[in-house]
Structure formats: C-alpha cells, structure tokens
Design a protein around this ligand. Structure first.
Ligand code: MN
Ligand code: MN
Length: 238
C-alpha cells in the first residue's frame, strides 16, 4: 500500500521563475529517463519479482522515485508559474502548457510528447531488470547533471543535486543486488551459450594505414579472447 506524507522529500526554494527552464525540467517529469518512468519500472518489476529481498529493494526504490516525481513536479510548476498568470507573451512560449494545461505540469516531456509505457524496461528476469535499472540510473544522473549545468537558480540547483545524488545511491544498491545473485556476471537466463562462439571476438573492421588501425583492449585481447579477423570473408569465423 502507499501512504502520502504531506511534505516534499527535499525542500525546494525557487527564486525567480524561469519558464524556459521549467520546460526543460519536464524531461525528468514525463520524459524517457524521468521520475515517473523510474517509479513505474521498478515498482512493476517488483510485482514480478519472486525473490523477497530484491522485491523489497525494487518496491523501496520505486516508491522513492514517486517522491522524486513530486519534487521535480513541484519545481517545474514553480518555474512554469508565469504561464498561468494570463500574460500573453509568456503563454505564447508554450501553448500546450499555457492553454491546454493551464500552466500546470502534465505527463509530457520537454518537447510536449506524451509519456508512454514504452519507456519502461520490464523483462520478468531479475538479472536483466537490474542491469536495465543500473543503466536507467546512469541516464537519470547525466540528465540531472545537464539540467544543473543549464540552471541559474541556486535553490533549484540544490534540489537537482539531491535528486542526482539519490540516483547514484540507487545505482549502488542495484549493482550490489546484481553482484550478490548466485549467478556469474555473464550468466543471463537459464540456457547455456555455445562454447565455440562465446570467446570469439569478430574483428569486422580490419584495415591498415589510411584505412585506420585496429585497437586492442580487454574487450578483444586477454580474458580468453580469440580474435577472428574478417569473419565476413571467412564463413562467419568458423
Ligand atoms: Mn529519481
Ligand atoms: Mn533512481
């Protein structure tokens, strides 16, 4: 069950409203990497999860993301306030928000595209979901970082830094939940993979001199890798 507490998770202090920045904030409200997407992705994954510990983790973080949605929605609303006050030139900046939404927030991204459940990654397989969540937190972190870099208001920046920091805390928890599964890092799902192919690195971009040089790193050397050059010319590396 859910319980609403009548105060924000983090106090927000907004100085002068900045409607153009308010629109950018909507990316974290109804956008692909935003707080509603995070809240629903983790909560629905939690419903599907049969491991009680990881289910609890998913529901805890999913619920926290709803609290983030409340903070970002409150921030966006404060910045969009001039679109609510009947000033024609402000309203012309964004007719969707001013005329359709009455200056309030709705579930659209910064460009006015509606939120969609297509944003959610829910696989029904815990090690896959946890990887999706680590990537989602990374995208949320970098989105907050960019918003902070475009923000002139100290109070808004402070709240965005809090939200950004929490995403890394979530990444830490999801990472630990993934590492502590009784599965190796490359064990996904149930079926074993084919031994003769799993350690082959197909070098599909061979070249020399002006055509560019190949590079090496742990992604194609050491670690049991066998490099297969030009598999396209040699029957797929067999
Ligand atoms: Mn969040
Ligand atoms: Mn998060």
């Amino acid at each position: 069950m859910y319980h609403h507490v009548k105060k924000l998770m983090y106090t927000v202090n907004v100085g002068d409203p900045d409607p153009r920045f308010g629109k950018m904030l909507l990316e974290q409200f109804g956008g692909a990497n935003g707080e509603l997407a995070a809240a629903l992705q983790y909560s629905i994954q939690g419903l599907n999860c049969e491991d009680p510990g990881r289910k609890d983790l998913l529901m805890d973080i999913g619920t926290e993301e709803l609290s983030h949605l409340e903070v970002i929605g409150s921030l966006a609303r404060m910045h969009l306030k001039p679109l609510k006050e009947g000033d024609k030139s402000e309203a012309e900046q964004d007719p969707l928000i001013a005329v359709v939404g009455g200056g309030g927030v709705s579930l659209n991204n910064s460009q006015g595209n509606p939120w969609t459940a297509d944003y959610l990654k829910i696989s029904g397989q815990i090690e896959v979901d946890l990887r999706s969540n680590i990537a989602a937190e990374a995208r949320a972190k970098i989105t907050y970082e960019r918003l902070i870099n475009y923000c002139d208001c100290p109070g808004t920046k402070d709240a965005l830094k809090f939200l950004m920091t929490r995403e890394i805390a979530h990444m830490k928890a999801f990472g630990a939940a993934l590492e502590s599964l009784s599965k190796g890092p490359l064990e996904i799902g149930e079926l074993p993979v084919m031994d003769e192919y799993v350690n082959k690195y197909f070098n599909d971009s061979t070249g020399e001199g002006e055509l560019g040089e190949d590079t090496t790193g742990p992604w194609n050397s050491g670690n049991g890798w066998e490099v297969v050059n030009n598999p396209g010319f040699d029957s797929a590396g067999k």
